[in-house]
Structures are given as structure tokens and as C-alpha cells.
Design a protein around this ligand. Structure first.
Ligand SMILES: NCCCN[C@H]1CC[C@H](NCCCN)CC1
Length: 289
């Protein structure tokens, strides 16, 4: 049998390995290398440029939290934008919210969408929702042409800030996102690992604080990401109707309103609250947390 080792300058000195039962797809898109394989314990695995993006076993933790932390933090979100998210998992989660009327998604790499539809139907089901409008292209360009205050929520489901996703953590992009959000709307960004990337988290939070009056860090356990955790930054501009209470207390309890036969596997109101509890070292190392 084979074993794949995932080491990367983003986590120097450590490697994460998964036993490979069968390689299912290997390709190179305009932006990155794309790999899909059947693992021994985590189901199918999607890898971009040598970095694990998701596995069938634990993708629920990431997709449910990155979608429901923001969408349950504001009252009846209607217009939602997903930046990245080409595997469709976040779309699947957003479609559980009956208040949502329109979902725009801007994914730069069409190969990710096609590969997900072929090998990850339980995630790509997100594209089947009639509320979804797919835009294949660069989100920086997409947001430049977006009317001010269009969205109630924006979710940046990106890969790591090396390669195609680099500019998604830079100041100009955060500013264009803030402009596209209605006052009181909410932004949720993927925000790396508290064990590995406190400098990057500090930079992201500082940039967000220049633009948003409310910035919070949350996290979840994802065993197949290096260090086993992934973070999320939630931001909001206090709108006239300050319906963005501290995101810790979900406004909408989602458990009741299930839109799909497939029940939630990770997110619930307790996990929502707990996600914002932070360890001492992080509060010390990242100012204003
Ligand atoms: N819809 C799933 C997209 C996956 N997002 C990213 C995949 C790579 C992952 N690296 C984490 C590296 C250590 N923090 C961050 C989330």
C-alpha cells in the first residue's frame, strides 16, 4: 500500500500522512495540482497543491461551522456570497437556511468544481440548489463589480494563502468585501491554525479591525488539517439594526429547521458558543482577542 506525506512550508518541520488505498484522479488546472484518492480511514480526500482540502469523514466540521457560525449570527440572512468553496460543501450547508433567497459563489478554478461533482457528490449537491448562481473567476474582480451593501453574509472558503488564495487575506480584498456587505452584515473567513499561524491570524485580525467594528475568532477540530484545528474570523459592521449580537449566542437555532434529509453532523448551538472560547496563549499572542 502507499502512504502520502503532507508537509509544507506553512507548517515547517512536521508532516501529516494518510494511507492511500487508490488514487482516483490526478490533474493540473490553470491554478494548481488537483489530486483525489481513497484513504484507508477518512474516505475520499481532495488535495490541492499538496495540501489536504477535505476528507469525507471530517469535512462536516469545517463546512458546517464556516457556514452556520455567520448565518446563525444574524437574523434571517437573505443574500449570501461564497468566495472559493468550489467543492460545494458550504453551499450544501447554506441551503439549509430557509430565509436565504440568493447564493452567489465565485470560485476561480473550474477543475475543483468538476472534480467535486465527479468524486464528492455529497458535497457537490450544494450546486443543485436553485438559489445558487455560479461565477467561475477571480473573486477580487467579481467584488469590484458588486454593488455596495448587496450581501447579508459573505463566507470566504479559501485554500491557504499561498498560490491562488494569497490575495484573499490582503487589505484591499477585505475592503472590497466590507463594501459588498450591508451594514450589520457578517463576514466569515477561514483563519488558519492557532497552533501554527498566530502571526498570520494577528495580521488578518488587525486588517479586519481597520474595517469592521466587531471582529471575533472561533475554531473547530478538523483532524486532517495540520495541528488538527482550523480557525474562523467573524466580522461585522454594526448596522442600524444591530441584529449582530455577539456572535457567541446564535440568533437562529438551526437544529430545528432541517432543509435536507442529511442531518447536521457537527454544528449545534452549544458548539457555536464553545467555538469562541479561546486558550490563554492565543489571547496573549493575538492582541485584541
Ligand atoms: N471547502 C473546503 C475548503 C478547504 N479550506 C481550506 C483547506 C486547506 C486548509 N489548510 C489548513 C492548514 C493549517 N491551518 C485550510 C482550509
Amino acid at each position: 500500500e502507499r502512504v502520502l506525506y503532507f508537509n509544507n512550508p506553512m507548517w515547517p518541520g512536521e508532516a501529516h500522512s494518510l494511507k492511500v488505498e487508490k488514487i482516483l484522479f490526478k490533474g493540473k488546472s490553470e491554478f494548481q495540482e488537483v489530486l483525489v484518492f481513497e484513504s484507508a480511514f477518512y474516505g475520499k480526500v481532495l488535495v490541492l497543491d499538496g495540501i489536504v482540502q477535505l476528507t469525507e469523514k471530517d469535512e462536516c466540521a469545517y463546512q458546517e461551522m464556516i457556514a452556520h457560525l455567520p448565518l446563525c449570527s444574524i437574523k434571517s440572512p437573505k443574500k449570501v456570497l461564497v468566495v472559493g468553496g468550489g467543492d460545494g460543501g458550504v453551499l450544501r450547508e447554506i441551503s439549509r437556511h430557509s430565509s436565504v433567497e440568493m447564493i452567489d459563489i465565485c470560485e476561480i478554478d473550474k477543475m475543483v468544481i468538476d472534480v467535486s461533482k465527479k468524486f464528492f457528490p455529497d458535497l457537490a449537491i450544494g450546486f443543485d440548489d436553485p438559489r445558487v448562481n455560479l461565477h467561475v473567476g477571480d473573486a477580487v474582480e467579481f467584488l469590484r463589480n458588486t454593488p455596495e451593501g448587496k450581501y447579508d453574509a459573505i463566507i470566504v472558503d479559501s485554500s491557504d494563502p499561498v498560490g491562488p488564495a494569497l490575495e484573499l487575506v490582503e487589505r484591499p480584498f477585505i475592503t472590497t468585501i466590507a463594501r459588498a456587505l450591508r451594514p450589520g452584515g457578517v463576514l466569515c473567513n477561514m483563519a488558519e491554525s492557532m497552533w501554527l499561524h498566530t502571526h498570520l491570524i494577528q495580521d488578518m485580525i488587525s486588517i479586519c479591525r481597520e474595517t469592521f467594528s466587531s471582529v471575533h475568532y472561533a475554531w473547530a477540530s478538523v483532524p486532517t488539517y495540520p495541528s488538527g484545528v482550523i480557525g474562523f474570523i467573524l466580522c461585522s459592521t454594526e448596522g442600524p439594526s444591530v441584529d449582530f449580537k455577539h456572535p457567541v449566542n446564535p440568533i437562529e437555532k438551526l437544529e430545528g429547521t432541517l432543509q435536507h434529509q442529511r442531518e447536521l453532523r457537527f454544528y449545534n448551538s452549544e458548539m457555536h458558543k464553545a467555538a469562541f472560547a479561546l486558550p490563554c496563549f492565543l489571547k496573549r499572542e493575538v492582541s485584541c482577542l
